[in-house]
Design a protein around this ligand. Structure first.
Ligand code: GNR
Ligand code: NI
Length: 168
């Protein structure tokens, strides 16, 4: 297993659109193991392959406090969303230290493949629903700050660029 490097916003590679996985192989499972290790080490509750510069539709999520409930989503599709829009404070491992409120549908229904290549559907609400939507956005090249005002986005870009200069 290995800890992978997480791309930091603003990085153009975070805006690439991921390609569906055509076959779930041992290489896919190796990547998933590395993504999980990277997510737990960060620590974070989710990670999309896009964030580690792999542009394939793969997501790992674990919203448990005990870090023992890994969920794997290969080629996830949002089948439907339900409920009112709900505000949630979001953060992102690719936008460290920045937290802000995003409004998203309360409940989602998602279909994906598991690590054995089997199809499953899942209905989620609460933090898991927020995280699934956040990760599917990553696969589509979208970072949560894009839901914020353009003023906030330029402030965040300036702050992270400055921090990047200072840590070089
Ligand atoms: O660790 C994470 N926490 C989080 C909190 C609120 C909403 C979404 C997230 S996802 C984030 C990890 C990450 O960046 N996944 O892409
Ligand atoms: Ni993120």
């Amino acid at each position: 297993m290995a800890i992978l490097k997480i791309l930091q916003y603003p990085d153009a590679r975070l805006h690439r659109v991921a390609k569906p996985v055509s076959e779930v192989t041992d290489a896919t499972r190796k990547l998933i193991a590395d993504m999980a290790e990277t997510m737990y080490a960060a620590p974070g509750i989710g990670l999309a392959a896009t964030q580690v510069d792999v542009h394939q539709c793969i997501v790992v999520i674990d919203t448990s406090e005990t870090h023992d409930d890994l969920r794997v989503f290969i080629n996830p599709e949002l089948l439907s969303t339900e409920g009112d829009l709900k505000e949630h404070e979001e953060g992102c491992l690719s936008v460290p230290g920045i937290y802000d409120t995003v409004r998203r549908p309360e409940q989602v229904k998602v279909r994906a493949l598991n690590e054995r290549g089997e199809s499953f559907t899942l209905e989620a609400e609460g933090l898991l629903a927020v995280c699934i939507q956040h990760e599917i956005d990553h696969l589509q090249g979208k970072v949560f700050v894009e839901y914020l005002s353009s003023l906030k986005q330029s402030r965040i870009r300036a702050k992270l660029k400055k921090r990047l200069r200072e840590t070089l």
